[in-house]
Write a protein of this length. Structure first.
Length: 455
């Protein structure tokens, strides 16, 4: 296994650096293609969230892979490489697997135990599959990460250790009050209609807000979200929520009548400047609560200094989450991660020997076929029944001779340090490297297809 991850997150970099390194949605596909076009990289996937940017790759050279992925992160994120370098982390092989599994379980999240990261990992795999940059290794890795994350949430109380960023952010805005009591009857403005914005809107509606406006660059997407929230049986139907979609050009008006604002768009510049927020507060006594979940930020940090405005953003969430208590179940999750990393490594090492074993059995089958053909030439008077019995006997002998060594070599290869057994098998039986490589390529194509079918 030659898995490499290069990235930065809220744990390694200040928010200001994360903002400058953030990837626009349209940049991810280009980054993936540029990565697999690089000489040391054969597979790639990108995990990009509001508080992390990571590139996963299968590489054949460690140092060249680190240099290439670091350069690509800087180029596509728009930050200078020398600015990113002090904050980048690198994980290789088993440590890279451990890192992704920990991320999937919520152990590396800003809010420990939050489950939204599983959807983001699934999206990262889907994009890599669409771009055809995920082969057998990354398909297996990300699929297993999703299973490990689900196992952690089902077998432990990690969910109790924290909430989603939306819930945590609203708790910070409520400043110690019960969120439902604080939000009940208020007018809310949600800017954006993506997954995070949809989660924020749903959370606010369930908390009992009285009125909701959803503003989005594409108004049709805002209208769809409003329809889902207000349809019969939807979260807003019970309290007869008043909801509407709005164009971004209406932000100034919507801001002036809102009590709560949540913003999470993919914009590269500010959506709400300090002047706009200050204007919305003129002549009103009620405070304005703002939650900025975007990276880079949607709301000007200068809003922190405006009287009557209470802004919670990614930076203040990071500070608040540092003091959050960790559940005892975190230790159980760490145990699950360690066990799953060992199992994944064993499975990958065992899979590495499979093409060699297949090539060995193919060679044996060819030898049997050749000898039976020679026998036909020497004993042409054999009837079909005799020929079939001799053929079956020879095949049984070969299978029995190969059974024990091939089973044992798979067992040995699954253990740490077992990668050399494939080379030994090829050397002992003088197997054609091109035949082994052909089996390996076919296996890789099959693994990629199977993983897409399962996702």
């Amino acid at each position: 296994m030659s898995l490499l991850v290069v990235g930065l997150s809220h744990r390694s970099a200040p928010v200001s650096v994360l903002e400058r390194a953030a990837l626009a949605p349209e940049s991810r596909g280009k980054l993936l293609q540029d990565a697999v076009s690089a000489e040391p990289v054969t597979e790639s996937a990108v995990l990009s969230t509001c508080n992390r940017i990571e590139v996963y790759a299968d590489v054949d050279k460690f140092h060249a892979g680190v240099a290439e992925l670091s350069t690509l992160l800087a180029r596509h994120g728009g930050a200078a490489l020398e600015e990113l370098t002090p904050y980048l982390y690198v994980h290789y092989e088993d440590r890279a697997v451990h890192h992704l599994f920990s991320v999937a379980c919520g152990l590396d999240s800003m809010v420990i135990g939050e489950g939204q990261i599983l959807g983001q990992i699934k999206d990262a795999l889907a994009v890599a599959q669409e771009q055809h940059t995920a082969g057998r290794l990354l398909n297996d890795l990300f699929q297993q990460a999703l299973r490990v994350g689900k196992r952690a949430h089902s077998e432990t109380g990690i969910d109790k250790a924290g909430q989603s960023l939306v819930t945590f952010g609203l708790e910070q805005l409520a400043a110690g009050q019960d969120v439902e009591a604080w939000a009940r009857g208020k007018r809310a403005l949600v800017i954006g209609a993506g997954s995070m914005s949809s989660l924020a809107a749903t959370t606010l509606v369930r908390a009992g807000i009285g009125e909701l406006a959803v503003a989005n660059r594409t108004v049709a997407r805002a209208e769809r979200l409003v329809a889902i929230l207000t349809e019969p049986g939807g979260p807003g139907a019970a309290n007869r929520l008043r909801a509407r979609a709005a164009a971004m050009s209406c932000i100034e008006h919507e801001l002036a009548v809102a009590d709560i604002v949540v913003s999470c768009t993919g914009a590269t510049g500010l959506v709400l400047g300090g002047d706009l927020v200050a204007a919305a507060l003129e002549g009103r006594e009620a405070p304005l609560a703002l939650l900025d979940l975007a990276m880079p930020r949607d709301i000007d940090a200068a809003v922190h200094r405006i009287e009557g405005a209470h802004l919670v953003d990614i930076e203040s969430l990071a500070d608040a989450s540092a003091d959050a208590p960790m559940a005892a179940d975190v230790d159980k999750v760490r145990g699950i991660v360690s066990d799953e990393v060992a199992a994944f490594g064993a499975a990958q090492r065992a899979a590495h020997i499979t093409p060699t074993v297949v090539a060995l059995r193919t060679m044996a089958a060819d030898v049997v076929a050749g000898e039976i053909a020679r026998l036909d030439g020497r004993l042409p008077d054999l009837d079909d029944k005799q020929r079939a019995e001799i053929t079956q006997t020879v095949r049984r002998v070969v299978d029995k001779l190969l059974h024990a060594p091939t089973v044992r070599v798979k067992q040995l290869a699954s253990e740490p340090g077992g990668a050399g057994y494939a080379d030994a098998l090829r050397e002992l039986f003088d197997l054609d490297p091109q035949t082994v490589a052909a089996v390996s390529r076919a296996d890789t194509r099959g693994g990629s297809h199977d993983a897409r079918e399962r996702s």
